[in-house]
Design a protein around this ligand. Sequence first.
Ligand SMILES: Nc1nc2c(ncn2[C@@H]2O[C@H](COP(=O)(O)OP(=O)(O)OP(=O)(O)O)[C@@H](O)[C@H]2O)c(=O)[nH]1
Ligand SMILES: [Mg+2]
Length: 237
Amino acid sequence: MISVFLPQIILLTKSIAFLGFVLRSISSMDSSSGSEFDYLFKLLMIGDSGVGKSSLLLSFTSDTFEELSPTIGVDFKVKHVTIEGKKLKLAIWDTAGQERFRTLTSSYYRGAQGIIMVYDVTRRETFTNLSDIWAKEIDLYSTNQDCIKMLVGNKVDKENDRVVTKKEGIDFAREYGCLFIECSAKTRVNVEQCFEELVLKILDTPSLTSEGSTTVKRNNIFSQKPPASDASTSGCC
Ligand SMILES: Nc1nc2c(ncn2[C@@H]2O[C@H](COP(=O)(O)OP(=O)(O)OP(=O)(O)O)[C@@H](O)[C@H]2O)c(=O)[nH]1
Ligand SMILES: [Mg+2]
């Protein structure tokens, strides 16, 4: 009997551990950098497994590049930045690209002001899946009509293996109304620019920064509603 429920029990245990990790991350960030900020933005990273979402996030938040395991469910990091004199708290959700987590990750689109769609310039299917899968996911699950999308072609350090041209990226971004950048989590080329350009565009969009939007202004992240999917039952991490 127990063996029937064993996978659910494992997932529940992992979920509780993940929730604890999230709360610890948030509180440690707050205590180290102060809780003062002008805006809290929720950013979401999506794209096929292996395109480098977690590596980009690590590169951005910790200036490091290391071999990572595929993300299980979702991961979460906070980064404080000051842009154009505004103190910003970025809550960045890094989703798993593997299909088996799709129902779980779909609930994390809610309330995001920015969505980063990542593909691997050396793997064409990760590019074609942008229109086949990821743009459709955004249409279905994003709740912010004016949410800013950023298309990111990652792994440009592997120029010899490139199969998706820069022009194809630009054309896609134009068609889908996204910002666009090519970068490398490994060499850190354009990594900061990627997040900075996205945030600048969010700051430039009144509906995303005005009172009454889902942006939390001068407030604590604990007052923000958690994603619709309850991490304690979703099997994340
Ligand atoms: N050469 C190179 N390798 C990279 C780069 N970014 C990521 N990788 C490698 O690509 C592989 C996948 O990276 P991840 O960051 O785990 O990919 P992911 O998109 O988070 O994958 P999932 O969590 O499964 O969705 C790892 O072996 C990374 O070391 C990059 O810019 N250049
Ligand atoms: Mg990952």
